[in-house]
Design a protein around this ligand. Structure first.
Ligand code: ATP
Length: 240
């Protein structure tokens, strides 16, 4: 269980003249929850978009399950077993909850597996079963976050990229969502790369963490070690 499922080597991405990430190297070990911490604008979302093929990197390389996926199309990356839950959920508002979930499975041919995964996500998020026929746009923010995670599971991924799942949610709902994220990791063996501004929550659930500042990784360690560092306590956990 110490094999890398995802490796970024010296990746640079930019929006026109704005360099958002500047030579990021990181490794995600199979079976783990790995988190990238960083303040607003540090480049966290850009890292995830670059991995899933939404943005092409200017430099560097990305490999997933031993394959070079640098600048591959997002649909190809999904087929290789990587699902992205974007910031702001991005569910299809005019489709029902059930149809949103089926959209997650569009690359799959194994109907039995899809049916099984549908049951699994309804087990994780019973409210989605209750609201299966309702338009996704009518769900609350928390329920849309649940739907976005559930839809990612329906793709049958080995790795889920999770962008700010706590955004706009109450502390109680955030805790519930993170409990499910941990269960997905432990029960299904799905590897998770989690981007979060809620450092306290992220450091509690993740095994390994990277700290990103101005597009560069400035620190990396096991989360149990990061939690005890003075800089982390002061800048990310709000402790003196
Ligand atoms: P947040 O928590 O606010 O989402 P982040 O750490 O995810 O922050 P990014 O969204 O990756 O950061 O942004 C990194 C940098 O790139 C920021 O300076 C941001 O202003 C810039 N940026 C992001 N998206 C665009 C865009 N579409 N066009 C131009 N600049 C962008």
């Amino acid at each position: 269980m110490t094999e890398a499922i995802l490796t970024l080597a010296n990746v640079e991405s930019a929006y026109g003249p704005i360099k958002a990430i500047r030579g990021v190297s990181l490794v995600v070990t199979e079976g783990q929850i790995v988190t990238v911490l960083g303040s607003n604008g540090a480049g966290k979302t850009t890292i995830l978009k670059t991995i899933s093929g939404i943005i092409d990197p200017r430099k560097g390389s990305i490999s997933f399950r031993g394959e070079d996926i640098t600048a591959r199309e997002p649909s190809e990356v999904v087929r290789l077993g990587l699902s992205h839950v974007p910031e702001g959920r991005e569910v299809f508002p005019l489709l029902s909850v059930h149809d949103n979930l089926l959209m997650g499975a569009y690359t799959r041919k194994d109907r039995d597996g899809v049916a099984r995964d549908m049951e699994t996500v309804f087990g994780y998020f019973p409210i989605l079963r209750e609201r299966a026929r309702i338009d996704a746009g009518l769900l609350s923010g928390g329920q849309q976050q649940m739907l976005a995670i559930a839809r990612a599971i329906l793709a049958g991924p080995a790795l889920i990229l999770l962008d700010e799942p706590s955004l706009g949610l109450s502390p109680k709902l955030t805790k519930e969502i993170f409990e499910i994220v941990v269960r997905i990791n432990r029960e299904r063996g799905t590897t998770i790369l989690l981007v979060e501004q809620n450092a306290n929550m992220a450091l509690n659930v993740a095994d390994h963490g990277y700290v990103l500042e101005n597009g560069r990784i400035v620190m990396e360690d096991r989360c149990s070690v990061l939690r005890e560092k003075d800089d982390i306590k002061e800048f990310y956990l709000g402790m003196k």
